[in-house]
Design a protein around this ligand. Structure first.
Ligand SMILES: Cc1ncc(COP(=O)(O)O)c(C=O)c1O
Length: 383
């Protein structure tokens, strides 16, 4: 059947019809007073969603653009950067920092694990000369489904004095994140994730400490330049031609988020992820992230049962049920599959996704108690 696809990948995510209708309208001039009014709302509401008093910049880019906008305005050649790596996206910080000539050291963990705060504390304590200028980290590592304890990690980084630069691409909206209270110096995110709009916008917020480091950056980026974006936020405008229709869609989506409440939205994601994890275990499958406390509330990584391949699971889910689940990335390709519960997802979606997964596994010959996953998810959601 056409037009029934349900995206359970970690972005792009499903988009509400009311947002799509905004996006579908004729573009309006980006220097018009009408658009300026929309931007005023958007800038205000982004502060609410990001839980910050600081400005939130809107870039026309994917999430990686905002990651570049962070490091390319902070790093000088030869600066020392410590990157806390849980997977693919933690490594993206490494590559961006290296592209600016930084000397990058990594603390890396095995697939599904998170950073041990004591390991970070020890490494930073050894840095008595305070050479480490920036620590990069990821709140929700989409390639594995693991989530760092950002609050604790950023407080340790603050004690040392380095800047914390956090990837919140799949966590903002889905998980609690309090940049002002948790000493996060720079936080970035992207539109096609929890924000419930199509790909194309990226967000960045930076505090006063980060601005001081920006002032010392010898060659700040032109397109991502914080100063240009700050000036534009003050004037309810944008430095360059923005993705006008995505911003009108974002305006609508932010109203929806405000109506639900950001705390409630975070709670919904947590509830869905925990119910999904329980259902997966009830079906007899193994999770990549073993402990609930280390699990992302945006994405769940799952190992296929013995003898059933990830491509078969993914293609049957798509062909029979029009549900798209993600493959693993890089070394995890065809070894795991990932189910996203990010953004515009309700209980009905989750129950049908587990039902579809059970039907898929049943069709592919997996021997299990049919219905146990659905029963579990229904019970968990009720609680
Ligand atoms: C945690 C995380 N960081 C960064 C990115 C990169 O975002 P994009 O693909 O929008 O550039 C992604 C994309 O999935 C992500 O999940």
């Amino acid at each position: 059947m056409q037009d029934k696809t349900f995206l359970m990948i970690p972005g792009p995510t499903p988009v509400p019809e009311s947002v799509m209708l905004e996006v579908a309208k004729h573009p309006i001039g980006h220097r018009s007073s009408e658009f300026s009014k929309i931007l005023e709302n958007v800038y205000q509401n982004l502060k609410y969603v990001f839980r910050t008093k600081n400005d939130v910049f809107v870039y026309t880019a994917s999430g990686t653009g905002a990651m570049c906008a962070a490091l390319e305005n902070l790093i000088n050649e030869g600066d020392h950067v410590l990157s806390l790596v849980l997977g693919n996206f933690g490594n993206r910080w490494v590559k961006i920092a290296q592209s600016r000539g930084a000397i990058v050291e990594k603390i890396e963990v095995e697939t599904g694990a998170v950073i041990d705060p004591e390991v970070l504390r020890k490494r930073l304590a050894e840095d008595t000369e305070k050479k480490i200028k920036i620590v990069t980290l990821t709140q929700s590592e989409t390639s594995t489904g693991a989530a760092n304890d950002i609050k604790t990690l950023c407080s340790i980084i603050r004690e040392h004095g380095a800047l914390s630069v956090v990837d919140g691409v799949t966590s903002v909206c889905a998980m609690e994140c309090h940049p002002d209270e948790w000493d996060i110096d720079v936080l970035v995110s992207g539109s096609q994730k929890g924000f419930m709009i199509p790909p194309g916008l990226a967000f960045l917020t930076a505090n006063e400490r980060a601005w001081k480091v920006y002032e010392e950056c010898k060659h700040p980026s032109f397109y991502w330049d914080w100063k240009a974006y700050k000036k534009s936020v003050n004037e309810n405008s944008t430095p360059f031609t923005p993705a006008v229709n995505l911003i009108t869609g974002l305006d609508k989506a932010l109203e929806m988020i405000k109506k639900e409440g950001i705390d409630e939205m975070n709670a919904r994601h947590k509830r869905h992820c925990l119910a999904l994890r329980k259902a997966i275990k009830a079906i007899g499958l193994e999770l990549v992230v073993k402990e609930d406390k280390n699990a992302s509330c945006a994405i769940t990584s799952i190992l296929p049962p013995e003898g059933i391949s990830v491509p078969d699971i993914r293609s049957t889910m798509k062909k029979d049920f029009d549900i798209v689940v993600a493959n693993g990335q890089n070394a995890l390709k065809d070894k795991i599959f990932r189910m996203g519960t990010l953004g515009f997802v309700c209980d009905r979606d989750l129950i049908s996704a587990i039902g579809a997964l059970e039907a898929t596994l049943y069709k592919l010959g997996y021997n299990f108690e049919l219905g146990k996953g659905v029963a579990t998810v229904i019970k968990e959601l009720k609680e």
